[in-house]
Design a protein around this ligand. Structure first.
Ligand code: SF4
Ligand code: SF4
Length: 361
C-alpha cells in the first residue's frame, strides 16, 4: 500500500544535528554563530511558522569508513570518502552532532518534528556542558566555540516547556521567547479564549451529536472529579453534557476532537495536536480495538461508556501501553496508575443518570 503525502512529515529540513543548539543560541541573543546567521535563519523561520516542521538530523558517520591504511599510509587515496581531509578536520563539530543525537536518543539521519526535538533537548540538556563547553576545558586540539560560555543557550533552555497546558493556555503569546516557545510559536490568548467560549457553548447548548477521539473517552474519566471547566480543553463540558443526556450520539473520530479547540498545542488550521499527534493516534486505535468498533462508529453516550466498562479493565491497558513500558519519550505512557476507570465503572458514571448518591457527592 502506498501512502498519500503526509503534510506533517513531508519535506524535512536537513540540518547538522548541532544546529539545533546553535538555533537556540541565536534565540538567546547570539548574533554570530559559527555556521553564520544566514544559514540558521531559514531553519528558525520554518520552525517558527510550523512547530511540527520535520527536521532531518545529520551527523557524518561515513568518515569512519576510511580504512586507516588509505587514510594514513597513502595505500589507495582514491578509496577515501569524498572530501576526506576536510571532513576529518571537522572533528570538533562532528562530535557535537553525535552528542546531540545521543542526547535525543536518535541515530544519524533520523527525522522528527521541531516541537518534539526541543522538548526532548531542553528536558535533557539544559546547558552546553559536554557539548560546546568541553568537559575537559578548551585546548588547541579541542577548541570551544566563542559563545560556549556566554549563556545564550542556557537563557532559553533553562525554562523548558514553561508549565503545563493550563499554564501555557493562560499565558498565550506571553510565552513567546521563553523556553520551548522561543523556538516554536505559542497560540494567541484571545484566539484560545474565543475558541473556548464558542466550543463550550456549542457543546452545552447546541450539539445534538458529539465527536470525541477514543483516547479522550478515558481522559474524560480522569477528570471526572472536576466540576469547573478547564481553560485548556472541553473534557468537563463533554462529560457534563453526556451526564445530562446519556442518549446523545457520540461519534468516535480519530485525531483532535471537540475536546481540543482551546488548547495551546492545538493547531486549528491543520487540526493537529503537537503534543499528541503521534501517541494519541495509537491510543485511539487501541481503544477502538478494545471496544471492537471501527473509526467513525456512533453510539449513545451511555451505551458507549457501558461498553468501555465491559471491555477495558484499567487505564493501564491503553494509557500504560498494557505493560507500563516507555520505549521512547514520544511513546511515553500517560499516568495510568489511578483506579479512575475502576471507580467510574463501580459508580456507573455516564451509563445512567448519576444521582448525588451514586456519584458519592
Ligand atoms: S556555543 Fe555551541 S550552540 Fe552556541 S553558537 Fe557556538 S557552537 Fe552553536
Ligand atoms: S489532544 Fe492535544 S490538542 Fe487536544 S486537548 Fe489534548 S493536548 Fe490539547
Amino acid at each position: 500500500m502506498s501512502f498519500p503525502p503526509q503534510p506533517t512529515s513531508d519535506h524535512p529540513i536537513p540540518i547538522r544535528a548541532h544546529h539545533l543548539l546553535c538555533a537556540v543560541c541565536v534565540r538567546g541573543g547570539c548574533d554570530s554563530p559559527p555556521c553564520g546567521l544566514e544559514a540558521l535563519q531559514p531553519l528558525l523561520d520554518a520552525m517558527w511558522a510550523d512547530p511540527f516542521q520535520s527536521l532531518l538530523l545529520h551527523a557524518d558517520l561515513d568518515i569512519a569508513l576510511a580504512h586507516y591504511r588509505d587514510a594514513y599510509t597513502s595505500r589507495d587515496p582514491v578509496a577515501l570518502p569524498e572530501g576526506f581531509a576536510n571532513r576529518r578536520a571537522d572533528y570538533v563539530t562532528r562530535k557535537k552532532d553525535l552528542e546531540v543525537l545521543r542526547v535525543l536518543g536518535l541515530i544519524p539521519n533520523s527525522a522528527l518534528p521541531a516541537f518534539i526535538a526541543y522538548r526532548l533537548l531542553f528536558s535533557r540538556q539544559p546547558t552546553l556542558q559536554g557539548i560546546c563547553r568541553s568537559a575537559t576545558g578548551p585546548s588547541e586540539n579541542w577548541p570551544e566555540c566563542p559563545h560556549a560560555r556566554a549563556g545564550y543557550y542556557e537563557r532559553i533552555a533553562a525554562e523548558g516547556e514553561v508549565g503545563d497546558l493550563e499554564v501555557q493556555t493562560r499565558l498565550g503569546e506571553e510565552l513567546a521567547g521563553r523556553g520551548l516557545w522561543a523556538m516554536v510559536h505559542p497560540r494567541n490568548r484571545a484566539d484560545m479564549a474565543a475558541a473556548k467560549q464558542a466550543s463550550a457553548r456549542y457543546i452545552r447548548e447546541q450539539a445534538d451529536r458529539l465527536f470525541i477521539r477514543p483516547a479522550h473517552l478515558l481522559c474524560i474519566l480522569c477528570t471526572a472529579d472536576q466540576q469547573e471547566p478547564l481553560i485548556q480543553d472541553n473534557l468537563v463540558e463533554l462529560r457534563q453534557r453526556m451526564e445530562a443526556d446519556p442518549d446523545i450520539p457520540v461519534t468516535l473520530t480519530e485525531g483532535c476532537c471537540m475536546v481540543c479547540d482551546s488548547c495551546n498545542v492545538y493547531d486549528p488550521a491543520r487540526h493537529l495536536c503537537y503534543h499528541g499527534h503521534i501517541k494519541a493516534a495509537l491510543r485511539d486505535l487501541m481503544v477502538l480495538e478494545l471496544l471492537d468498533l471501527p473509526p467513525g462508529a456512533t453510539l449513545p453516550a451511555g451505551e458507549l461508556y457501558q461498553r468501555i466498562y465491559d471491555r477495558i479493565g484499567s487505564l493501564k491497558e491503553v494509557c500504560g501501553w498494557r505493560d507500563g513500558s516507555s520505549t521512547a519519550p514520544f511513546w511515553g505512557p500517560c499516568s495510568y496508575d489511578r483506579p479512575v476507570l475502576e471507580q467510574a465503572r463501580e459508580m456507573g458514571l455516564l451509563t445512567v443518570r448519576p444521582t448525588r448518591e451514586n456519584r458519592g457527592v
